[in-house]
Design a protein around this ligand. Sequence first.
Ligand SMILES: [Zn+2]
Length: 66
Amino acid sequence: MSSTGSVKYRCKTSGKSVETSIQTDDATLIGMNRMMLSVWCPHCKDSHSIMASEAYVDQMRAWKAA
Ligand SMILES: [Zn+2]
């Protein structure tokens, strides 16, 4: 079983990593590979469209929260 975690991405504008409210696992994220996600960026105070392939699952954080 792959573990679920928060989807994160790196904002191209600020260069900072952003945690989204999306919870999924690696297999699901890989399956969404070509999907565009519209995600809010707290650094830019704006939303960004990113490819699912640009995002990653932060499993370490989910591990700690479990
Ligand atoms: Zn941003």
